[in-house]
Design a protein around this ligand. Structure first.
Ligand code: NCD
Length: 311
C-alpha cells in the first residue's frame, strides 16, 4: 500500500496531529537555518502535474522537495501532448512509465488525484482536487492556527465567503472538526454548501452575527471560474455585505486572527489594509508554513524511516 496523501478524511486525529508535529519540527529546523535533512530524499525524483494554475502550492511543494535534496520535474499542461488531444489517462500512463518516485497533482476534474493513485505505482499527493479537497492547505492552516493559539480544540473558527466552491474550505472542515474546533460558515445563501460537510457546523448569512466571539476568521475569494457567475453581485455590493472590514473585525474576540489561503481579492472579500496588519493577519505566515507542512507530507509519503513515526 502506497502512502498516498489524498484526503484529510483518510487520517485519524492522532495521525493528523503527528503530521502537525512533524510540520512544526520542520518549521523549527527552517527557522534555525538548520533543515538537518538535506539528503532525506536525495536521488528521489518528484513529478508535479498542475492542470490548474498555482502560485503558492506548486512553489512551496517544490521548495519543500529541494529542502530534502529531491529533484522536481514540473510537467506543464500547456506545452504537453494534451494540447494534441492525448487523453488524460494516456498522459498519466505515459508519465507513470517514466517511474517518478512521487506525483503531486492539481486538477479541476473531480477526484482526479484518487483516480491517478489507482493508475500509478508511486505515492500520489493531492495539491487541489476540483472544488472538493486541498488537504495540504488544511494542514498548513491548522499548523498556523496551532502556532498562534497553542491549540485548535474549542476555538470558534469562521469560514467566510464562497464556501460552496472552495476546496480549501472542504478540507478545512474535515481537519478542524477532527481536531475539535467549533466551526461556523458565514456566507450568502447562494454560496453555502449544498450539504453540510461535517457535523455541528453553525451557519450564518448575517456576517455581523457570525463574527461574534470568533477566535479565527478564514476569508475566501469568490471562485468565479468554478461557478455560474450570474448570481454574483458586483464587487462593491459583495464587500458591503460580506467584506471583512475593521468594524466587523471588532465584533470578534480581541485577539482574533485573520487567515486567507490566497489568492486574495482586496476590496472584495477583505478590506485593503487588513492583510498587511501584522497584529491580526496570519496570511503570509500561512504561505511560509506551506513549506514545512509539505515537507511533513513528502517525508511521510516518500521516506521509509519516518513512515513508522507517523503510523
Ligand atoms: C486556493 C486553491 O487553488 O485552491 N489557493 C491555494 O491553493 N492556496 C484557493 C483559491 O483558488 O481560491
Amino acid at each position: 500500500m502506497k502512502n498516498h496523501f489524498l484526503n484529510i478524511a483518510d487520517f485519524t486525529p492522532h495521525q493528523l496531529t503527528t503530521f502537525l508535529d512533524r510540520a512544526q519540527h520542520w518549521t523549527d529546523a527552517l527557522n534555525n537555518n538548520a533543515p538537518g535533512a538535506g539528503d532525506l530524499l536525495k536521488d528521489k525524483v518528484i513529478l508535479t502535474l498542475f492542470f490548474e494554475n498555482s502560485t503558492r502550492t506548486r512553489t512551496s511543494f517544490e521548495i519543500a522537495a529541494h529542502r530534502f535534496g529531491a529533484r522536481v520535474v514540473n510537467w506543464d499542461v500547456k506545452s504537453s501532448s494534451m494540447s494534441k488531444d492525448e487523453s488524460f489517462l494516456d498522459t498519466i500512463q505515459t508519465l507513470g512509465a517514466m517511474k517518478p518516485d512521487a506525483v503531486i497533482i492539481r486538477s479541476s476534474e473531480y477526484n482526479a488525484p484518487y483516480f491517478v493513485s489507482t493508475k500509478l505505482d508511486c505515492p500520489v499527493i493531492n495539491a487541489g482536487d476540483s472544488h472538493r479537497a486541498h488537504p495540504t492547505q488544511a494542514l498548513l492552516d491548522a499548523l498556523t492556527i496551532r502556532q498562534n493559539k497553542g491549540h485548535i480544540e474549542g476555538l470558534n473558527i469562521a469560514i467566510c465567503g464562497d464556501v460552496a466552491h472552495s476546496r480549501v474550505a472542504g478540507s478545512n472542515f474535515q481537519m478542524l472538526s477532527k481536531l475539535g474546533a467549533n466551526i461556523r460558515i458565514i456566507a450568502p445563501e447562494f454560496l453555502m454548501p449544498e450539504k453540510m460537510p461535517a457535523p455541528n457546523i453553525q451557519t450564518f448569512t448575517d456576517m455581523d452575527k457570525g463574527l461574534q466571539d470568533c477566535d479565527v476568521i478564514m476569508m475566501l475569494r469568490i471562485q468565479k471560474e468554478r461557478m455560474d457567475t450570474s448570481q454574483i453581485p458586483d464587487d462593491a455590493t459583495y464587500f458591503k455585505d460580506y467584506g471583512l472590514t475593521r468594524s466587523r473585525l471588532a465584533l470578534a474576540k480581541d485577539n482574533v486572527v485573520v487567515m486567507h489561503p490566497g489568492p486574495m481579492n482586496r476590496g472584495v472579500e477583505i478590506a485593503e489594509d487588513i492583510p498587511d496588519d501584522p497584529k491580526v493577519s496570519l496570511i503570509l505566515k500561512q504561505v511560509e508554513n506551506g513549506v514545512p507542512a509539505r515537507m511533513a507530507v513528502l517525508e511521510w509519503a516518500l521516506s521509509y524511516q519516518t513512515q513508522r513515526a507517523a503510523a
